[in-house]
Design a protein around this ligand. Structure first.
Ligand SMILES: [Zn+2]
Length: 659
């Protein structure tokens, strides 16, 4: 699961995280070196004081007299001060700093709830006469942010909206902290770990009885659930993984559902899904339901065939009659890998030797160079952890500085557990500001599988969207696009790892890296279609569950999940509580999980332009300028149409899904 954190800083949509500060940049971004929570508190205090005084000035119509510029500068100050702090909350090894950073996020939340209810600024935005479509776009986006914050509500409802916004921010933060700081380790004897590569657990801590304590981070969890021979081992770790976050998070998720529903009702809307979707590409809940219905139509039968295949594999493996064999949820990852080994002679682990982690970063950079004419230069900076790296992003040829990029590859205690990109600062050509992004993953130090290399390119897609943005206003920068478009550039880039010509770039960046054997890659390409039915039925379930949770009823999360998962062919396992760790739904992807499938349709459509040659620099340049460069200053549908030279459609996606 990969996603782009749409900042907790901003419940009022597009404005907060994707922006940058006042004076023009002459050098790369310098990551602040906070030594204590007190330093973060002091910085937070100073930033909030500064932006409060900017708010007063903008409301009074003082300098600058252009309200768009005034609001953009304000959000730049937020980015400069609070962008790194919000990031620190998710990755810093020191709990004192993380806690101070989280407290700061809540203080900003309270400020933002008030800012976007400022009737004087709203009136100025409304009266603003745009000179061109870019100004018109930002004015409309700003109006939407004010409207959605409740500026037009009667006083009592306005106060209620502010209170709800603050409570929602706090609940979401608590939910994510419980998942991030989950310390569960599952004890296994060495015999119980039969089949799991020794490198995965050899260095893990032991308990008093000498049992290996396996964590639930991806490099520990995945190999156990995918390769442990003993079903009881897989079941135990799977159940622990499905219980992260715990009952407390289920309660929090329920409260989030109800508070978000209450928020929507202040605006006369029945559900939070109605409230958010009216601002998205999809436009309405019914449009999403229709789309999800089409997806289901394609994958439903295929899921049943996948399960039949895996059940047969299990029966053969255990040498028992098929009629006495049932496939359990903890069997699925194991038998998917096993069938791939048997049918396609494919073991994802066999890719690790070809894709060392740092070489994989260098590969993504080389690919970006070929396609988008950008280079990456290592930069010496004191960062939040010794594993983290800094880079200058430069224009190839001229060497002109374009952006700063941070990369943090490996898992550690209390670090954000998935793969994601933080858009720390947004671009602004008007202010001469250069963007900054931070890419975070949790990869195994020994190397990446092909699946993980795909994740790397996905996240790199987000990082490029931030760093190659060239928008007039930082409020419109890079990934500030609509939530159901933001994954498209990343999902498109995933396709590149399945091309031998592209993978050959490894040999340009890593002299000691052996080339991936052609037949291995070819088998990986063929095996990619296997179990697509299961995979996309699961995505369909997640998206449908999310919409149910944020529907008019705002139902109890666990019973709703048990019912919905229970009606799938593999059913629901009593005692598990998957939604308790489903951070997307608590955070910025609430009523937005469908966006992964929706964006994938756009991604497949965009990809058609590269079908003839994945390294076509001319198409790459056009893509950079039209799609990446414009951020949200041009409507997403129009961007896609401009790039493709035709109206967007879902055909490429459904062809791909049917493959
Ligand atoms: Zn993503």
């Amino acid at each position: 699961m990969k996603f782009l954190p749409v900042s907790l800083l901003s419940l009022v949509a597009t404005l907060a995280l994707t922006t940058a500060a006042g004076a023009a940049d002459s050098g790369p971004f310098v990551f602040p070196d906070y030594r204590s929570g007190a330093e973060i508190n002091a910085r937070c205090e100073a930033v909030l004081k500064d932006v409060s005084s900017q708010e007063t000035q903008v409301a009074a119509g003082g300098t600058p007299d252009n309200v768009l510029i005034g609001m953009d500068r304000l959000s730049q100050a937020v980015d400069d001060g609070l962008g790194p702090i919000s990031f620190i909350a998710n990755v810093h090894p020191d709990k004192g700093l993380r806690d101070a950073a989280e407290a700061c996020e809540l203080r900003y939340q309270a400020f933002a709830s008030k800012l976007y209810q400022n009737a004087r600024i709203y009136a100025r935005v409304k009266a603003f006469v745009p000179a061109d479509p870019i100004d018109a776009q930002l004015r409309d986006d700003l109006m939407a942010s004010f409207d959605d914050a409740g500026v037009g509500l009667p006083p009592a409802a306005r106060a209620r909206a502010r209170a709800l916004n603050n409570e929602i921010g706090k609940l979401a933060q608590t939910f994510e902290r419980r998942v991030r700081e989950d310390k569960t380790r599952v004890p296994f004897t060495v015999a119980e770990l039969e089949g799991v590569p020794e490198g995965v657990w050899a260095k893990a801590p032991r308990d008093a009885k000498g049992r290996v304590l396996v964590g639930l981070d991806y490099p520990s969890y995945n190999p156990v659930v995918e390769s442990a021979r003993k079903p009881a081992t897989r079941e135990r770790i799977w159940r622990a993984f499905q219980s992260r976050g715990g009952a407390a998070n289920l309660k929090t998720l329920g409260e989030l559902g109800q508070k978000r529903r209450d928020y929507a009702r202040l605006f006369g809307l029945a559900s939070y899904a109605d409230f958010t979707l009216r601002r998205r590409m999809a436009g309405s809940v019914s449009n999403v339901q229709r789309f999800l219905g089409e997806v289901k139509g394609v994958v439903e039968q295929r899921e049943l065939r996948d399960i039949a295949d895996l059940r047969e594999a299990k029966a053969a493996d255990l040498e028992q009659p098929l009629e006495r064999t049932s496939l359990k949820r903890w069997d699925a990852p194991y038998y998917i890998e096993r069938v791939k080994r048997e049918r396609f002679a494919l073991d994802q682990n066999s890719f690790r030797r070809y894709f060392p982690p740092q070489a994989s970063v260098d590969f993504a950079m080389a690919l970006s160079g070929k396609l988008f004419n950008v280079g990456f230069k290592p930069l010496e900076q004191k960062l939040w952890h010794p594993d983290a790296r800094a880079y200058e992003v430069v224009e190839l040829g001229s060497g002109k500085l374009l952006a700063t990029l941070y990369v943090d590859l490996y898992p550690r205690a209390d670090k954000y557990g998935h793969a994601a990109v933080w858009p720390m600062r947004g671009s602004s050509t008007l202010a001469g500001r250069l963007p900054t992004a931070a890419l975070v993953t949790n990869f195994d130090r020994t190397g990446l599988t092909l699946d993980e290399l795909e994740t790397m390119l996905h996240e790199f897609g987000h990082a490029l969207h931030v760093t190659l943005s060239a928008t007039r206003y930082s409020s419109n920068a890079g990934t500030s696009v609509k939530l159901d478009f933001v994954e498209a550039p990343s999902q498109m880039l995933e396709e590149w790892v399945y091309d031998a010509k592209v993978l050959a770039l490894f040999q340009e960046v890593c002299k000691s890296c052996e080339p991936v054997p052609a037949d291995l890659l070819e088998r990986a390409v063929r095996s990619r279609s296997f179990a697509k039915g299961l995979q996309f039925s699961r995505q369909h379930l997640y998206a449908s569950y999310d919409l149910a949770l944020y529907s008019k009823a705002a139902p109890e999360p666990m019973t709703t999940w048990a019912r919905m998962e229970g009606s799938t062919p593999l059913g629901h396992e009593k005692g598990t509580m998957f939604p308790a760790a489903f951070s997307h739904l608590a955070g910025g992807y609430g009523a937005g999980y469908y966006a992964y499938l929706w964006s994938l349709a756009t991604a497949q459509d965009l990809h058609t332009a590269f079908a003839a040659d994945p390294l076509d620099a001319k198409v790459g340049r056009r893509y950079r300028d039209v799609v990446l460069g414009n951020g949200s200053q041009v409507d997403a549908n129009e961007l896609v149409e401009r790039f493709l030279g035709r109206a967007p459609g879902n055909k490429a996606f459904f062809d791909w899904l049917n493959r």
